[in-house]
Design a protein around this ligand. Structure first.
Ligand code: SF4
Ligand code: FE
Length: 503
């Protein structure tokens, strides 16, 4: 029986004995909770629950549905302050875990769906919004984890879903009954899916009329019949299966991505929030990606850890005062704060939707995520620079503990005498973990591709950059066009409306 989750421990217990079908290294996993490769990703989500106890004002809210305290990851934002607090919570969790804590996709999904279902109902007379609220109430009652499942495997990228030679390249409806629909297909790179209780499945792209069967949104328990998970390998993942806890770099926390296969998975009518309304797919994708691209301020929290590691290793190497080292730490901080600045600005510039909830600013969200596709790489490059070559050539923990060579290694790997050799090695291993190992998956590669690859943000920025308006500004000042200031002052377009909003 489901009981309300109150902290990290009860969250971890809620994942036991669920009988999920999970494959990893060619084997079916009995109990993911106890698997050494999977457990760090579970610990990262558990931390979101513990933070809600340690800092309730930051990581929890009073549910408008139940009147009880629940995770902020389950909250529909009803003010810009709510949007901002999501970002502050994300930065803090990045700092505390040094990795991806996996809960933002679900949070961003229902926040986007909240307004999209409202506008669908208004236009079409459907009742999706009310159904979504009932589902959210159930999530709040038990304080559960919702994962979002958007990215299809996509097959031939030049073809619409209905044009694919294999229809399963995008998740789609295969059959119907009076009680609901059945879905087949596959979702790739699904963050935290195995650590969730429910998944929100959504289309990944704008759709045409012929793609109606692909225009489906619904919530399913992760335990649904017909669902198979295939765990994604991460760089150096088997280190967490070795003895010891130094070489893993971050022994406690890690991220998780898996592929999800759907074989005629049933969704009952009450959990369906889009069924054939293909014309709303683009609106959903855009609102979701706006939320999610701004959620990438999480990387500024992870960046804080890496900057700290770079400063610490400089001390351990004996060069904390060298001016070029300080300058590089300043450079790392400048990059890191630039990521944070654009994300939090997107939240501060949020606006109310017709449904009453708040949506963050799309231009700044895309700029934030686009920074994230590059700046963590620059930060990581400087961290490796400051670490020195040992970041990639250190002997193993077993050699360090070896009766014959261990002592010699401890002698020769010593830096600044204020620190032990093990301390220096631990920091070097953390930098390795974040720039080449397990958590580089989250800090670097996911920074490129998560919430859409770089070109997806450039397309959105291009759509919103209002060149005609800007050309007129220039032409008026250059004396080419006559100033019709009424128009230049008042016809601003969505983005500048928000920039110049005075209340
Ligand atoms: Fe959240 Fe960041 Fe992980 Fe995405 S990458 S789920 S935004 S922590
Ligand atoms: Fe992600």
């Amino acid at each position: 029986m489901q009981v309300k989750i109150t902290d990290g421990t009860s969250y971890i217990e809620s994942l036991r004995n669920r009988g999920l079908k999970i494959f990893l290294f060619g084997n079916e996993i009995d109990e993911p909770v106890d698997h050494p490769v999977i457990r760090p990703s579970i610990n990262a989500i558990a931390k979101t629950y513990d933070l809600a106890i340690e800092k309730p004002e930051l990581a929890s809210v009073i549910s408008p549905f139940t009147g009880e305290r629940v995770s902020r990851f389950l909250h529909v934002c009803t003010s810009t302050q709510d949007l901002v607090l999501q970002n502050k919570m994300q930065r803090k969790l990045g700092q505390l875990t040094g990795t991806c804590f996996q809960r933002c996709v679900g949070m961003d999904a229902f926040n986007a769906l909240y307004s999209v279902t409202f506008e669908m109902d208004e236009k079409l007379g459907t009742s999706y919004h009310q159904k979504l609220k009932i589902f959210l109430t159930q999530m709040h009652q038990y304080n559960l984890v919702l994962g979002g499942a958007m990215t299809d495997v996509k097959g031939d990228r030049s073809l619409f879903p209905h044009q694919q030679p294999d229809p399963d390249m995008y998740l789609h409806i295969t059959k119907r009954s009076e009680k609901g629909v059945f879905l087949s297909g596959a979702k790739a790179h699904q963050t935290g899916c195995i650590n969730s209780h429910y998944l929100m499945v959504m289309p990944t792209t704008r759709l045409s009329e012929k793609d109606k069967n692909y225009a489906v949104v619904g919530s399913i328990p992760v335990t649904s019949k017909g669902v198979t998970y295939i765990y994604g390998r991460q760089s150096c993942d088997t280190r967490s299966m070795e003895d010891g806890n130094i070489d893993v770099g971050n022994a406690t926390y890690g991220g998780q991505e898996a592929m999800i296969l759907f074989d005629n998975v049933f969704i009952p009518n009450e959990n369906i929030y889009m069924d054939g309304e293909y014309e709303f797919a683009a609106m959903l994708v855009e609102r979701f990606t706006t939320f999610h691209r701004r959620s990438y301020v999480c990387k500024s929290g992870v960046g804080d850890v890496l900057i700290g590691a770079a400063a610490a290793v400089s001390e351990m190497n004996g060069v904390p005062k060298a001016s070029h080292i300080k300058d590089k730490l300043v450079q790392m901080s400048h990059l890191n704060e630039t990521v944070y600045a654009t994300g939090i600005a997107s939240s501060y510039q949020g606006y109310q939707t017709k449904a009453g909830n708040y949506q963050c600013d799309d231009m700044l969200a895309n700029v934030c995520k686009h920074h994230v596709t590059k700046m963590p790489y620059e930060i990581a490059q400087i961290a490796q620079d400051l670490a020195g070559g040992f970041v990639s050539t250190l002997p193993s923990e077993q050699d360090l503990n070896h009766p014959e060579i261990g002592k010699l290694l401890k002698k020769y790997l010593r830096g600044n005498a204020d620190f032990t050799t093990e301390e220096r090695i631990r920091i070097l291993r953390l930098i390795e973990n974040m720039t080449m190992g397990r958590n580089a998956v989250g800090y670097l590669t996911e920074s490129i591709h998560g919430a859409g690859s770089p070109q997806a943000q450039r397309i959105q920025i291009g759509r919103m950059m209002q060149l005609e308006y800007k050309k007129r500004l220039a032409k008026v000042l250059a004396g080419i066009e006559v100033d019709d200031s009424e128009v230049l002052v008042n016809e601003l377009g969505d983005y500048f409306e928000r920039v110049f909003k005075t209340s």
